[in-house]
Design a protein. Structure first.
Length: 234
């Protein structure tokens, strides 16, 4: 059993109280950690302690003592790492919210889904896309990673506005010339997707997540095994 590690940093500033998530978020962003990009604040499973996400970093805050808690917390009764469980819960909650801006392919697919971080300029993303399009019974939740290229922006906006996004992705990966279109919601969705990718520390594409299994790069044999295993478990 892994030993729980707690590094306690007491923040020496004026004491204040926050009794809800909105004021707690404000407190952390403006008073406690003004130089840190805080992405989300939520209630932890321990009363009086809040869970904080900053990029791919997870830590905790106890407002009564103005204490930041870094590391792992172990529940001795249940024999599980509280911080690991909390991170999984936070990621699920963030994914549910972020999915509102995501591109959903095969929305009617039941049982199995994959979260994808993709670039429309990435050759291996194209290979992965060609592979996964053969799996029409898998729901795809796609987030496009922004590389800052204006042409990439046009490609992403075009796919987000398309009535046939899967086919247009295939055409773009194949290098076919096309006139890129856009729509009212495209820019906001593109920026939201890029932010979600940054929050989750996505540095390279493709990056795909099947349940709790994360696969970096296009690894067809690994992905095939995961799909087979998860389908058998349904």
């Amino acid at each position: 059993m892994k030993t729980a590690l707690l590094i306690i940093l007491t923040v020496l500033v004026t004491v204040a109280k926050a009794d809800d998530l909105e004021s707690m978020t404000w407190l952390l962003k403006t008073q406690v950690m003004p130089n840190t990009q805080i992405d989300s604040v939520s209630y932890s499973t321990i009363k009086g302690i809040y869970s904080v996400r900053a990029g791919n970093n997870q830590f905790y805050f106890h407002p009564e003592t103005w204490t930041l808690i870094f590391g792992e917390m172990l529940n001795m009764r249940e024999g599980r790492i509280v911080s690991e469980h909390q991170l999984q819960q936070d990621v699920k909650a963030e994914l549910a919210e972020a999915s509102l801006s995501a591109l959903i392919i095969n929305p009617a697919a039941q049982g199995m889904e994959v979260v994808e971080f993709m670039s429309l300029n990435c050759p291996y993303c194209g290979k992965y896309h060609n592979y996964i399009t053969q799996q029409q019974d898998i729901k795809r939740i796609v987030f496009f990673v922004d590389d800052g290229n204006p042409i990439s922006h046009k490609k992403i906006n075009h796919v987000l506005c398309s009535q046939q996004p899967e086919l247009d992705m295939s055409a773009i990966y194949a290098g076919k010339k096309m006139d890129y279109s856009t729509c009212e919601s495209a820019e906001k969705r593109r920026l939201s997707q890029a932010m979600f990718a940054r929050q989750n520390g996505v540095m390279a594409t493709p990056l795909v997540v099947f349940g709790d299994t994360r696969v970096e790069g296009f690894q067809p044999q690994t992905i095939e095994k995961i799909i087979k295993s998860q389908k058998e478990a349904l």
